[in-house]
Write a protein that binds this ligand. Structure first.
Ligand code: AMP
Ligand code: TRP
Length: 370
């Protein structure tokens, strides 16, 4: 039986949805408790995030996401996913997809994710994501999805010919997060709106059934590095799907390619190595340098005072190569032993499946399915 709640579908940006019941009011928490095994305190907060196995992982992904996950991993109970079901929302060559899944797994590990702290798995290996996604589609107003800016930009003008999956993509992402009773979702700034949607869906569902079926997740977005911009057009974010490879530094680019790409990266004619919002090209390169060196803006500006872009670009290239070379070495070793990598992914899926199943079962029970 549905519990009477005063819910309304939101009409503009942000949620206008009001849950009548307070969090404390919401009674049954077994699914939640079982999932988290909240018996022995203190419990680490659960982190969930994912990356699509498409194209080339670039330093935006690394500095804006994966590196931060690796740095904080010991403090959390982490689940990181290779979201292959998201990848097929746009046409993918089967062989390329198969390889990209393994490459991304190897990159996760090469970038420092450690299976002692993280469960790593492939989304399609855990069927519960797809099943939950159908259910949640039925609880998602079309209006909420049509406001998603990523759909608007990826879908393009010709809405009639775009796959429905691209439209429903944020619902699948919400399910990824909600299946594991996630507390924190570390992502780049471009995913903020999707995490907000996840929160809205979770609150609405909990309230509709008068139970705390889902934990309400928080986005975790860093101030610096949340949005690394394209090297050739610093008004756009660096993206895997940009057809121009010179627009990004890929994690697997060698020293020569990095040197060439940084040399031709867009700057300006002022030739002043300073952080300046009016000059997004140099500011983006400086932000990358700041993230690689850990220096403050002032320290960097002092280091390059009176020096030109050539000097700065040489220093940036050197830092990039020094950061990426060891990652590339580890990556090659992992890719040279695919059976071990695949066994690790299978183990990850086996670890998370029971958690996903517990939430899915709770959802089906409250809805009255089965
Ligand atoms: P995607 O490449 O869309 O699969 O994104 C994987 C992760 O990297 C997500 O957390 C994104 O928010 C993050 N990310 C993607 N592009 C950038 C960028 N240019 N700057 C910072 N973070 C990014
Ligand atoms: N949509 C995210 C991106 O493009 C990837 C993603 C899928 C994700 N499911 C997720 C990120 C769950 C965080 C949590 O970057």
């Amino acid at each position: 039986m549905l519990v009477e709640t005063d819910h309304e579908v939101r009409t503009g940006e942000g949620s206008v949805y009001r849950a009548e019941r307070s969090e404390a009011d919401i009674a049954t928490r077994e699914g939640y408790e079982a999932n988290k095994k909240r018996t022995e305190a203190p419990v680490k907060k659960r982190v969930f995030s994912g990356v699509q196995p498409t194209g080339n992982l670039h330093i935006g992904n690394y500095l804006g996401a994966i590196r931060n996950w690796a740095a904080a991993q010991a403090a959390y109970d982490n689940i990181f996913c290779i979201v292959d079901l998201h990848a097929i929302t746009v046409p993918m060559d089967p062989k390329e997809l198969h390889l990209s899944i393994r490459q991304l797994a190897a990159l996760y590990l090469a970038c420092g994710l450690d299976t002692r702290y993280c469960k790593l798995f492939v989304q399609s290996h855990v069927r519960q994501h797809a099943e939950m996604s159908w259910i949640m589609n039925c609880f998602t107003p079309m209006g909420w999805l049509s406001r998603m800016t990523q759909f608007k930009s990826k879908g393009g003008e010709d809405v009639d010919s775009v796959g429905t999956g691209l439209f429903c993509y944020p619902v699948l992402m919400a399910c990824d997060i909600l299946l594991y009773q996630t507390d924190l979702v570390p992502v780049g700034d471009d995913q903020r709106q999707h995490v907000e949607l996840t929160r809205d869906l979770a609150r609405r569902f909990n309230s509709l059934y008068g139970q705390r079926v889902f934990t309400i997740p928080e986005p975790q977005i860093r101030e610096v590095g949340a949005r690394i911009m394209s090297l050739d057009d610093p008004t756009n974010k660096m993206s895997k799907s940009d057809p121009n490879d010179n627009s990004r530094i890929n994690v697997l680019d060698d020293a020569n390619i990095i040197k060439k790409k940084i040399a031709r990266a867009t700057t300006d004619s002022l030739r002043l190595v300073t952080f300046d919002a009016e000059r997004p090209g140099i500011t983006n390169l400086l932000t990358i340098y700041q993230l690689l060196t850990g220096q403050t803006e002032q320290e960097i500006e002092a280091e390059f005072a009176g020096r030109g872009y050539g000097d700065f670009k040489a220093a940036l290239t050197e830092r990039l190569v020094a950061t990426l070379a060891p990652i590339q070495e580890r990556y090659s070793a992992l890719m040279n032993d695919l059976p071990t990598l695949e066994a690790m992914l299978k183990q990850g899926a086996d670890q998370v499946r029971p958690m996903a199943e517990a939430t899915l079962q709770h959802v089906k029970d409250v809805i009255g399915l089965g």
